[in-house]
Design a protein around this ligand. Sequence first.
Ligand code: ADP
Length: 470
Amino acid sequence: MYIDGEWTDTIEKIDVVNPATNEKFATVPNGGTQEAIKAVDAAHEAFKNWSKLTAAERGDYLMKWHQLIDQAKDEIGALMTKEQGKPLQEAIGEVNYANSFISWYAEEGKRIYGETIPASDSKKRILVQKQPVGVIAAITPWNFPAAMITRKVAPALAAGCTAVIKPAELTPLTALKIVELAEQAGIPKGVINIVTGDAKAIGEAWMKDGRVRKISFTGSTEVGKLLMRQAADTVKKVSLELGGHAPFIVTENANIEKAVQGLIASKYRNAGQTCVCANRIYVHGAIIDAFVDAFTKAVAEFKVGNGLEEGVNIGPLIDERAVNKVVAQLKDATEKGAKVAIGGNKVEDLKGFFIEPTVLVDVTDDMLCMNEETFGPLAPIATFQTVEEVIERANNTPYGLAAYVFSENISEAVQISEGLEYGIVGLNDGLPSVAQAPFGGYKQSGLGREGGHYGIEEYLEVKYISIGLS
Ligand code: ADP
């Protein structure tokens, strides 16, 4: 753990397991309440100076950090593959994506503009300034061990905030490496602190602490709701990126080849373990056979295995629980009449947590996979007949993070995109996430936005100074 510029350890440790081999290969400290409080002490102290630097000075630190991450991207990628499972090229891709938040916010920090407003009294002036909120807590998940940290910490630091971070217990090594590079970049002690260990104890300590002015969380809806309740006592600012249940709509006017490629990218990235992965696929009845045929052929090309091996493009799931969830959804769907077009089995000859990329057809809305997030390589395909019907079915969920529409008909594409109650719509695009765009959800998928100029606002307070002139 890195607290107040010092690397610290605990006697008790947490194991880190490689999901491709089910072998323990590292340990990290098992921190708790005490370490969490020390981290806030450090961040609170460091805020005094960090917040007073100019945006350009903070930007220089961030760009140095960016450079070091770029130089180490192969090493970080390999570490990520080992603890998280995603194929090496994908892991290096995540490092680049993670790093894009740092370079983007290094610049955006310079554009935290205020405002002057015409006063209603000639002897007064109205000035509006933006100021950093203070210490922020970032609690992150295991599916993007690098990007979920930089997407929070880069805008926070650029805004002048200091940070305490708790990475997921399943993937702490990538996070620790990234913080080590922040130290090497010369980011002053206390500005970034990272505590590994007991999630509940660390979370509670930060939520109770009035000095922590903001919580930014990515993870399950259940934990997000808990943190929101806990944050109420000290009225913290709250940003939540929670579960998704993304509909993927292919209309009769779609370019089938483009839609297949979009679905491959959206569904199978990280073996289906992202909150924006296509989770329910609705294909127009007129093109269902052609679509399923082309999609199944594309899925047959995947090579499943240890992500460090050449040519592998689907890694393991994160743990056994994740595999069991996919198996349960598969069983439920086939019992209710769905048919397996390809895949459908665990990969028993590999020691890790593998399941074949699977396509289900004849899927209906009463099946589990159409009502809860899968977080695995299962693609359930249902049909629809009218645009109105598919919009209604797509919106019939408490979630509202990402949705996808494939159509070459502009009027239909706009009608569906605008009708979807989702924060992100990929229109003829299976991979919409980028640093400069706002990422976030409607409904129970979350609060606030990350990325772009929206993302830095989350770390700023608005101050109105009313100036009386003599
Ligand atoms: P997932 O089901 O995807 O693992 P979680 O919401 O459990 O998602 O985990 C996301 C992050 O939240 C992880 O860093 C985890 O350690 C943390 N976490 C889990 N439970 C709590 C809690 N009670 N308080 C604070 N953080 C928690």
